[in-house]
Design a protein around this ligand. Structure first.
Ligand SMILES: *[C@@H]1O[C@H](CO)[C@@H](O)[C@H](O)[C@H]1NC(C)=O
Length: 244
């Protein structure tokens, strides 16, 4: 092996130590499920009938989400600029990436997501691009963004038509979601019991620069609360936060 080759390996190893991830999971959440947790108090203002952003999480090639090491002190200061210096972006973030927790502010939620999952993407996505990219995908300027498209496909498939505990097979949800992107995605659930679970999050996977959707890697985590592949729970999409 030549020295140059060795040097390259070392160089690549060093530069990628903070961004050693395979893809970015673009995670959207279904607030009624989270607001239904006992002990969770949701803001009354939360619209419990639409998807909102949860976060953008780097993931590895076996589908695990990675947490970043703690960012250096004071890095919050420049991250805050992302919303403090751009009123339009702040409004978009409040609209589409709200916290539902009564005791938290949206800004705390955004900062938490950036510290835990955004900081280590900083070589491919500096802070501004992390949030800007999120809004580009979620809301898509004048076009229809991911959040609205998922909701529309669920509406078309009749998934929001009932105020009861209709339970769906995983495939009943994956089919409409396949019309949003044809790539492999993950669904995560909060288990109710051995047979039923509530829809929690949907993970779309994107490349490291958040420019295009990619297949989420085959993962042995198919449980994600929805049950293992050979015994999947049926999934309830609650429409009200007081449903359970
Ligand atoms: C992905 O991350 C998980 C959890 O940290 C780890 O157990 C697994 O080995 C990782 N997979 C690869 C391919 O690095």
């Amino acid at each position: 092996m030549s020295e140059i080759y060795l040097f390259l390996i070392m160089f690549i190893g060093l530069t990628s130590c903070q961004s050693d991830f395979n893809h970015l999971a673009f995670v959207i959440q279904w607030p009624p499920t989270l607001c239904g947790y006992s002990g969770v108090h949701c803001k009354p203002s939360i619209d419990t009938q639409r998807f909102t952003m949860h976060g953008i999480w780097p993931g590895n090639s076996t589908g695990h989400s990675l947490e970043c090491s703690l960012p250096p002190q004071h890095s919050e200061d420049y991250v805050k600029d992302v919303w403090e210096k751009d009123a339009n972006r702040a409004k978009q973030l409040h609209d589409h990436w709200p916290t539902f927790l009564l005791t938290n502010t949206d800004e705390e939620f955004w900062m938490h997501e950036w510290e835990v999952h955004g900081y280590c993407t900083k070589q491919t996505l500096p802070a501004a691009d992390y949030f800007q990219g999120a809004m580009r995908v979620a809301v898509a300027g004048k076009g229809k963004g991911l959040l609205a498209r998922v909701r529309d496909e669920f509406l078309t498939a009749g998934i929001f038509s009932k105020y009861d505990e209709t339970a769906y097979k995983m495939t009943d949800l994956l089919i409409p979601l396949g019309k949003v992107t044809s790539k492999k995605i993950y669904i995560s659930c909060t288990p109710k019991d051995d047979f039923f679970a509530y829809l929690k999050d949907i993970h779309f996977c994107m490349d490291k620069t958040m420019r295009r959707f990619v297949d989420c890697p085959a993962a042995n985590l198919d449980t994600r609360g929805c049950g293992p592949i050979y015994r999947q729970r049926k999934i309830i999409v609650p429409l009200r936060k007081d449903i359970y």
